[in-house]
Design a protein around this ligand. Sequence first.
Ligand SMILES: O=C(O)CCC(=O)C(=O)O
Ligand SMILES: [Fe+2]
Length: 155
Amino acid sequence: MNYYPPCPQPEKIVGLTPHSDDSALTILLEINEVEGLQIKKDGKWIPVTPFPNAFVVNIGVVLEIVTNGTYRSIEHRVIVNSVQGRLSIGTIYLVIYDGEMYPASNLVAENNPPLFKRVEEYFRNLCARKLRGKSPLDALRIEHVQDKYKFILDN
Ligand SMILES: O=C(O)CCC(=O)C(=O)O
Ligand SMILES: [Fe+2]
């Protein structure tokens, strides 16, 4: 459960630092329907307006890796306001704690190479890690230099 108390100078703090969820899926209930959640789209922060009796379903890093980038995890943060506290409950769905994680083989082909490295024990140090945007996922990306080169030649 997350509680973000009101703050007299909300512009000076952030409720929850920008991050992508390390889960496969996160199901979030915005209990008292107070605004604050924002997603990053095209470099801009967009507010997610709470919708009564609805869950926010967030795709996490695990699904992005396993689907080889077909489903994208979104960077998000929470800001606070000076009037109302925000209450939310997040339920995270993970995979085997110390297992391996990699793009599903049937989603990878010669013309669709794996976008992420095989990773072991991604979750082991999860709680010790700082929230840092999408950087933990970016560290696992495979650069396809040949594809870039081909793109430059083709264009
Ligand atoms: O409190 C919220 O609305 C978001 C919480 C969140 O992003 C998280 O728990 O990962
Ligand atoms: Fe989150």
